[in-house]
Design a protein around this ligand. Structure first.
Ligand code: BGC
Length: 513
């Protein structure tokens, strides 16, 4: 670190045309999001396929088909969870190296490295003959996610004209959801192809990986990265090309200023630990913890398994996963169009209430009607699917996209990339924890699992009400002055700054805070 994110606009003079070049580069880069989403969605369907279980997890297969087996425990197997979660473990480790590679070699080679890892992972998974081959394949995919998720949002954010940056940011989430949906559809189709349907599912990840790999040969490196690495002329030339105009002096100067500022910042991580960075660090990081503790990935990873637990047949379970995947994609549109009108806090608080109600009803139905060895009646099964759709839609227009958007807009430029790295790695760590723990939780806590997530939703709702400031419409470089220093709670972190730490942050006007 730090990789420098492009300077946020706020200047009406900056050319804000969405050129063909920017559009093509963004679409190619966004295939990284599609790849990520596909990996999230594919494992649930595959781990519920009998052919796959027979080949790699015979014990789970036997348990799943034992007539009297405990409903809640039939999938409780640590190795099976490791198949899903290993990807995120690799992603945490690799996102750290990715941040170094972004700075040293640029965003473009980092994306190329991501697609190389993706490819290796896809080949190993598709051809897997044994469990180690399968897990190593997942680890390679995880490395791809780590490199991709650090480089792609940074890349899009740096080439997008400031005016379109927010929209494009949520579009990345949109592509994640499309990836999840594609995976669900593929699983639905391949579950009928015996005995190798699962190989087609895992091999399907080759398509987004191929597009990302070939596409990344065609895209331009970002001007910010070129300038940051000393290629000023090439940076200027690229800036003119992607903006489609010759008069880019203002933006060029801003990028140069930003890179110089970032270059002076020898220890961005240390700076992030200062008292004056605490409000952003706490809010940016905790939002990702909360995002995962909504319990969303229980549904994204294990929807088919979860639906089978509830007594749906194999086909119906995969179909239900397709339904939740579609709801997820469609509801993300609400965020794209609503986030700058309704505000971040409104969406987060409204969705917390909606998600709380649906989690409680789901937990309640399971508590009353799903005992250890029965199937739930059709009537209740439908209500469960509806409740899960209500939950997913709430997540999709709030904690999903905003978990990524808010950390990218609350930091001042000097600490923005380091802060964003914290958000990415926190997301991966907690995704790993949920993926690794959920099936065991379901076995031991049963319907209580859903009440566990409900408690977290209450906590995050209260956090959004009392501690999260509204950032809608605030120019990114005025966040400190207009948001943090005025917030009833967080302003206290700026009072002592004048005395103690960095004078440049605290100006005399802070006194009133
Ligand atoms: C989250 C993922 C989740 C996805 C669901 C993303 O924002 O980070 O963990 O699976 O949304 O759409």
């Amino acid at each position: 670190m730090p990789a420098v994110m492009a300077v946020e606009g706020g200047d009406p003079d900056l050319p804000a045309k969405l050129t063909k070049q920017v559009l093509i580069c963004s679409i190619i880069a966004a295939f990284g999001g599609l790849m990520f989403g596909y990996d999230i969605g594919i494992s649930g369907g595959v781990t519920s396929m009998d052919d796959f279980l027979i080949e790699f997890f015979p014990a789970v297969y036997v348990r799943k088909h034992k007539a009297k087996e405990n409903n809640y425990c039939k999938y409780d197997n640590e190795l099976l969870q490791l198949f899903t979660s290993s990807l995120y473990l690799a992603a945490v480790v690799c996102s750290f190296f990715a941040s170094k590679s972004c700075k040293k070699f640029g965003r473009k080679p980092t994306m190329q490295l991501a697609s190389l890892f993706f490819f290796t992972g896809v080949v190993l998974n598709t051809a897997a003959l044994n469990l180690p081959m399968l897990i190593v394949g997942r680890l390679c995919l995880g490395a791809g996610v780590g490199f991709g998720n650090q480089a792609v949002p940074l890349f899009i954010s740096e080439i997008a004209p400031p005016k379109y940056r927010g929209g494009l940011n949520v579009c990345f989430q949109m592509l994640i959801t499309v990836g999840i949906l594609c995976a669900n559809l593929v699983n639905y189709g391949t579950s009928r192809l015996h005995p190798w349907g699962w190989r087609v599912s895992l091999g399907g990840a080759g398509f987004p990986a191929l597009f990302l790999g070939l596409g990344s040969l065609l895209i331009d490196e970002t001007p910010t990265s070129l300038i940051e690495r000393g290629h000023k002329e090439k940076g200027l030339e690229t800036l003119k090309k992607i903006r489609g105009v010759d008069n880019v002096d203002k933006e060029y100067q801003e990028i140069v200023r930003a890179t110089q500022l970032a270059a002076k910042m020898k220890h961005p991580f240390r700076n992030l630990m200062k008292r004056s960075s605490r409000p952003q660090l706490v809010c940016g990081t905790i939002l990702q913890v909360f995002q995962q503790f909504t319990g969303i990935n229980v549904i994204m990873f294990y929807a088919p398994v979860l639906f089978q637990t509830m007594g749906f047949g194999a086909d119906a379970s995969l179909l239900s996963a397709v339904i939740t995947g579609s709801v997820n994609s469609l509801a993300t549109l609400v965020a794209i169009f609503g986030v700058d009108k309704l505000g971040r806090r409104f969406l987060l608080i409204q969705a917390a209430v909606q998600m709380l109600i649906s989690q409680c009803i789901t937990g309640g139905i399971l508590l009353m009607h799903l005992k250890t060895s029965n199937s739930i009646s059709k009537h209740y099964a439908y209500i469960l699917v509806i409740m899960i759709c209500v939950f997913v839609s709430g997540f999709a227009w709030s904690w999903g996209p905003l978990g990524w958007l808010i950390p990218s807009e609350i930091y001042p430029l000097e600490t923005r990339p380091a802060g964003f790295f914290f958000a990415v790695s926190t997301n991966m760590i907690f995704t790993f924890l949920i993926a690794q723990a959920f099936l065991t939780m379901l076995c031991h806590m049963r319907s209580g699992t859903f009440f566990f997530f409900s408690v977290w939703i209450v906590i995050m709702g209260l956090f959004a009400i009392f501690l999260l400031p509204e950032t809608k419409g605030i120019p990114i470089d005025e966040m400190n002055e207009r948001v943090w220093k005025k917030h009833w709670f967080w302003k206290r972190y700026y009072v002592d700054v004048c005395v103690e730490e960095d004078q440049e942050v605290a100006k005399p006007t802070d006194e009133k805070a």
